[in-house]
Design a protein around this ligand. Structure first.
Ligand code: SF4
Length: 340
């Protein structure tokens, strides 16, 4: 199975069963793909939260709050105040803050008024503390020695930085046994958890073979910039301050909230006549022309087998809004909303 398909199975499993081994908790797992920072993108991100916290987040809208908007809503005062006095110095030009204040007002979460030529604001809704933990999962369905080496290094970086509360490696179970060579797993940092996911049944089963250690997301982190393997040169490190980590985690959580993992369809050709959605447990994409699951990369305008939906599909038997491709996108968007 290709990494893309495996990643979708891991997401589907995590949405239903996170955290591993605790099927009775009242937590909610918001799962998304390919999120992180400019330097590091995680395959799967799990934002642990609760239904009550999500209800408090809901008034801020389905779209994410970007870093500028977060700066405004997290610091917006209860009483009218000149915005430059109410909000901490952002470290970038105030005009961007002013724009963000207006955007926050457009979303109905702050109010603004002009007094003596100055823009004042006050909050309408308090931005809630809605994120319990952010967990990063690296997916590698076929773990061989060289993949294990590269992964171990990536996970060491994640552990040193401590941006996520936990890091995991998810790999694939094979038909023969647990399917993973112990020697390969031993190469992983002990702080990283290891999950073996059965991808063949739509990602419905997974087994924890190593429990992770909680990382201190509130403490300063270490960014490993370079680690030469010649044994002589010194590694280069950089300090990551807790404030930066806190902001980044929230930005990642906000993006996960907006996108969910089913946003994969946005980059695929759902308007191709061969595009299908299969397995209600996902749903997952499938290409009827190739008679297999296609990756997001191959399901593009460059695909030699691409054929647009015939116009008649869009008029007969399908809702007015479009043909089966548009209906597939609506289905995925509905599923995403239901999670929130
Ligand atoms: S034929 Fe190509 S574009 Fe169409 S669904 Fe299959 S992979 Fe996607």
């Amino acid at each position: 199975m290709k990494e893309f398909g495996f990643e979708l199975r891991v997401c589907a499993w995590a949405e239903r069963h996170w955290p591993p081994g605790d099927d009775d908790g009242d937590g909610v797992a918001l799962v998304a793909r390919q999120l992180g920072t400019r330097r590091r993108r995680w395959d799967t991100v799990v934002v642990e939260t609760t239904r009550a916290a999500l209800d408090r987040r809901a008034p801020f809208g389905e779209e994410r709050l970007d870093s500028d908007l977060l700066h405004v809503v997290r610091n917006a005062p209860a009483a009218w105040t000149y915005y430059r006095e109410a909000l901490p110095d952002p470290g970038y030009p105030w005009r961007y803050v002013r724009e963000a204040v207006h955007r926050a007002a457009d979303r109905g979460v702050v109010e603004t008024r002009k007094r003596a030529g100055r823009i004042e604001l006050r909050r309408r809704v308090r931005y809630p503390d809605w994120v319990d933990r952010v967990v990063a999962v690296e997916n590698k369905p076929d773990l061989d020695a060289s993949a294990a080496r590269a992964l171990a290094e990536q996970l060491e970086h994640d552990v040193a930085l401590g941006l996520a509360d936990e890091v995991w490696l998810a790999t694939r179970a094979t038909d023969t046994d647990a399917g993973v060579e112990p020697a390969l797993l031993e190469a992983m940092p002990v702080e990283a958890g290891i999950l073996v996911v059965s991808a063949s049944d739509g990602g419905r089963r997974a087994e924890t073979v190593w429990n992770p250690r909680a990382l201190d997301a509130e403490a300063p982190g270490t960014r490993i910039l370079e680690r030469p393997d010649d044994g002589r040169s010194a590694a280069r490190f950089e300090y990551a301050d807790p404030g930066w980590k806190r902001r980044k985690r929230l930005e990642v959580a906000e993006r996960a909230y907006e996108r969910g993992w089913r946003a994969y369809a946005e980059t695929m050709r759902t308007d191709c006549r061969h595009f299908r959605l299969v397995d209600p447990g996902g749903p997952f994409p499938r290409c009827a022309a190739k008679d297999r699951e296609q990756t997001a990369a191959e399901c593009s305008g460059d695909c030699p087998a691409f054929e647009p939906e015939p116009p008649t599909w869009r008029t007969r038997g399908w809702p007015l809004e479009g043909g089966p491709g548009a209906a597939a996108e609506r289905l995925l968007a509905r599923r995403r909303r239901r999670r929130r």
